[in-house]
Design a protein around this ligand. Sequence first.
Ligand SMILES: [Mn+2]
Length: 324
Amino acid sequence: MFGNVLEFIDQHDSFLISGHVNPDGDCLGTEVALYHFLQGMGKKVEILNADARDPSFDFFDRHTPLGVHEAGTPLPDHQVHCLVDCHELSRLGSVGKAAAKMENVTRMVVDHHVGADCGDGEVLLWDLKAPSAGCLIYELYQHCGAQISEAAAEGVFVSIVSDTGWFKYSNTNSESLAIAADLVAAGVKPHHIYHALYQRNPPEILPVKSEGIGKIRFEAQGRLAWLALDKDYMRRVETSEFNTDGLLDVMREVKGVEIVVMMKEKATGRVKISLRGSNLQDVDKIANRFGGGGHHKASGAEQPGPMAKVRKELLQACLEQLGS
Ligand SMILES: [Mn+2]
């Protein structure tokens, strides 16, 4: 796989890199690492996402321009479009719509999510067993024997800690730890990254967080934890810049919980679904039933709404999976 991809990269000059909507640490970190890898090979590279990065990722700006697409405008010229941490144009938001209109572009997938056949890619750097998409860029460096730069190492490190929950999840293995050790040797400072990501909250998020915790509910003798966040609450989340992923962790911390569900109502009324499973539960199967997907232990979907309908159907599907 890596040999073919390197050969393909060799034969092309200009690359556009885009990740999924609401880019997370794996998505952004992988983009950053791939950007520097391609630049190191003398390529013309640009990153363009549908959504802006979260302010906590501002440290990436030191080395890497993370461009944001203006919806409805055409994409800059490029020969290769790299789809990062996803494998379908539909995950790219406004960038995907603009990309569908481009001709003579080859799509390269850099991903580790469950999916059928090739997705929308023709060239694949796709490994379901990779702890993060960024690990695939690390492997690319290894494969061609190039020294990883500090900027690229930082990207791969953020991708790993993001997708392993700082080495807490079941995808933490000797491989992800060995890669992390190598990245630290290349100059990455884990405590700086942790501080940048999690220890710069404004005090205003605390009441929003505690209100969110108060909305957590349990079913099936505590095996299912769920949380439905309506529009009004989500507006306060946005103004306070609170990251609701923390609420998923709060639910996962409770003894006996096997499935965690978070539903967030967008301003449009659509409902974003996040699912997390314990070692006993494959939540990707539930996400698939609602038109989504991801990983076996962490998956998601989006539904048109209304919230009450989504909540009823989703909780029913979770209870069915739990056999209760
Ligand atoms: Mn990922």
